[in-house]
Design a protein around this ligand. Structure first.
Ligand code: PMP
Length: 398
């Protein structure tokens, strides 16, 4: 009998478990479309030029590594506000946004979840059906009951928007609604601008708490374009939460750079909210690490590096879109009869392919093509070398 005798083995993380299986696969043609990571056309994880330039400058004048403030690097937090709300926007210039540096987008979500648990201990959390798997786990671990709002419509190959709106309208006042600001993970289907207007109106009318998860800003249509939804919530006069991740947009996955921003009614209110966010951080990990935040702040704070970043991010965005088209064309050429053009109506890094679990398992076992059992494939891992093989493999299981 030990202290841990009763500890049960937890299930493996579905995506990371898939990675382990991929690494162990000896098929030389294997392709990993499981994990949500952008790879370049050579199948390599990019190290952006803007990041290298910022790091080079940092190394030229090395700085000591004291503790950061609890809420992180001030210039970083300011840069996040600018990206999310617009540097000259009223919320930013009036000082009513509380922003803290977070350990990745996940960290931003968790700081918000812990703060909300104090603020609204009995509120329920709604996530999209389906959503990024960790949304449910994270809010559950923070102590909330997590339910879903309707989202994906498999038959329609799109969003069940009527269902989504009905779910929101049926929610109790104070319910926390986690919304994907752009590039929905896992489906790749976003709602339209006009539909966002209806969501904003429902959030306002039903007195819901919006928590926007922005993990892919710049991967949809552009940095400002993907941020348009934020402006809609601002214009409606709502208070809300936004988590930011730079994992994908800066290809800084392992540096864990993200943030949480909370839009408040006034500057004075933002100061009070910030003081509480700092307690959440202080009691979890005290203060964030320096490097990733310093790199992002350096890039966003330097006009030339920022322009370079926008160019590099644009290249990633354009390449993903090109791969979507290649996938549609390649599947047709490989003999798939069904119209697969819906893949180009999806946006961001992922595609819900519509393939069944059985088909996904066959793709994995017979062809070494790895996607999740739900049919999700990471389009950002396709390239000019693996696309034909992937198309031929999918054609064989369809
Ligand atoms: N939200 C969504 C929707 C995501 O897809 C991800 C990353 N897979 C995150 C949050 C977390 O981002 P990070 O890796 O920066 O913690």
């Amino acid at each position: 009998m030990s202290l841990f005798t009763a500890v049960e083995m937890a299930p493996r993380d579905p995506i990371l478990g898939l990675n382990e299986q991929f690494n162990a696969d000896t098929n030389p043609a294997k392709v990993n479309l499981g994990v949500g990571v952008y790879f370049d056309d050579n199948g390599k994880l990019p190290l952006l030029q803007c990041v290298q330039a910022a790091e080079k400058a940092m190394m030229a004048t090395p700085s000591p590594r004291g503790y950061l403030p609890i809420d992180g690097i001030a210039a970083y937090d300011a840069a996040v506000k600018g990206l999310v709300f617009g540097a000259d926007s009223e919320p930013v210039t009036s000082g009513r946004v509380a922003t803290v540096q977070g350990i990745g987008g996940t960290g931003g979500l968790k700081i918000g979840a812990d703060f909300l648990k104090h603020l609204k201990p009995n509120a329920k959390v709604l996530i999209s059906d389906p959503s990024w798997e960790n949304h449910r786990a994270l809010f559950t671990e923070a102590g909330f009951t997590v339910d879903t709002y309707a989202y994906y419509d498999a038959a329609k190959r799109g969003v069940n928007f009527d269902g989504m709106l009905a779910s929101l309208n049926a929610a109790a006042p104070g319910t926390i609604v986690v919304l994907h600001a752009c590039c929905h993970n896992p489906t790749g289907y976003d709602i339209t601008a006009a539909q966002w207007d209806q969501v904003v109106a429902a959030v306002k009318a039903k007195d819901l708490v919006a928590f926007l998860d922005m993990a892919y800003q710049g991967f949809g249509y552009g940095i400002a374009e993907d941020g348009v939804v934020i402006g809609k919530f601002v214009a409606a006069g709502l208070d809300f939460f936004v988590s930011t991740s730079f994992s994908k947009s800066f290809s800084l996955y392992g540096e864990r750079v993200g943030a949480l921003s909370v839009l408040c009614e006034s500057k004075e209110e933002a100061a009070r909210v910030l003081s509480q966010l700092k307690i959440v951080i202080r009691t979890n990990y005290s203060n964030p690490p320096i490097h990733g935040g310093a790199v992002v702040a350096a890039v966003l704070g330097n006009p030339e590096l920022r322009a370079l970043w926008e160019q590099e991010l644009g290249e990633m965005r354009v390449r993903i879109k090109a791969m979507r088209q290649k996938l549609v064309d390649g599947l047709k050429a490989a003999g798939v009869q069904q119209d697969m053009s819906f893949i180009t109506t999806q946006i961001g890094m992922f595609s819900y392919s519509g393939l069944s679990k059985d088909q996904m398992v066959r793709l994995r076992n017979e062809f070494g093509v790895y996607g999740t059992d739900t049919g999700r494939m990471c389009v950002a891992a396709l390239n000019s070398k693996n696309i034909d093989y992937v198309c031929a493999s999918i054609a064989k299981v369809m």
